[in-house]
Unconditional design. Structure first.
Length: 209
């Protein structure tokens, strides 16, 4: 995984970012809401890189059974606090886990998410393995949603708390939309759709198994 360091202070900052950063989070969330308008309460969701538990809480509040994973113990502690504060701890289970080795059975989830450019922390030479793991744990007909920082966009400046060296690393580990689409298709997804966000900093991949 990448060398970007997430401290307690950084996670706390992430929950209350400057307006420009919050706008990126808001646009992403709005698109997810519109895209998953037929989300069912019975669905099992896996949120990879759950961080502060923002999406774990979002899906749990819609009645879904949610599993959130992250490589950071600090993140999982904060996520658990946010899940409990939202009164949805009975529908969310959190685990320390790496996307390159998802410790779940095949066909376990109806939906897998990896949001806010989290997949860009995975080195490019390991992204195929990450996508294969996501495909493996999805049920037939299940969907995966991943958002990426867009290296083709000259405006892309990531989140404000990233240092310049971290931005350079994320940029080096960001695939173009065309590269990502091809890689996801090579992993066996039957339908792959792309969406460029209006602000231009990010794009999304929606893939169906």
């Amino acid at each position: 995984m990448s060398g970007v360091t997430y401290t307690l202070e950084r996670y706390q900052t992430y929950m209350n970012l400057p307006e420009a950063d919050e706008a990126k989070k808001s646009v992403e969330m709005q698109w997810v809401t519109e895209t998953l308008h037929d989300l069912q309460p019975s669905h099992h969701v896996l949120d990879i890189g759950t961080a502060t538990g923002r999406y774990a809480v979002y899906f749990a509040e819609r009645g879904c059974h949610v599993t959130g994973v992250d490589v950071s113990d600090v993140a999982l502690t904060i996520a658990q606090q946010n899940v409990e504060a939202a009164n949805c701890a009975d529908r969310v289970h959190l685990h320390r886990m790496n996307v390159l080795n998802l410790e779940f059975l095949e066909d376990s989830f109806d939906l897998v998410t990896c949001m806010m450019g989290t997949i860009c922390h995975v080195p490019n030479e390991q992204k195929m393995l990450a996508f294969e793991e996501i495909h493996r744990v999805l049920r037939p007909g299940g969907q995966a949603i991943l958002t990426f920082w867009d290296p083709d966009c000259s405006m892309t400046n990531y989140l404000s708390f990233y240092e310049e060296a971290e931005r350079d690393l994320l940029r080096a580990q960001s695939l173009t939309m065309a590269e990502c689409r091809e890689l996801v298709q090579d992993c066996g997804f039957s339908e792959v759709h792309t969406h460029a966000f209006p602000h231009g900093h990010m794009y999304a991949i929606l893939a169906k198994k």
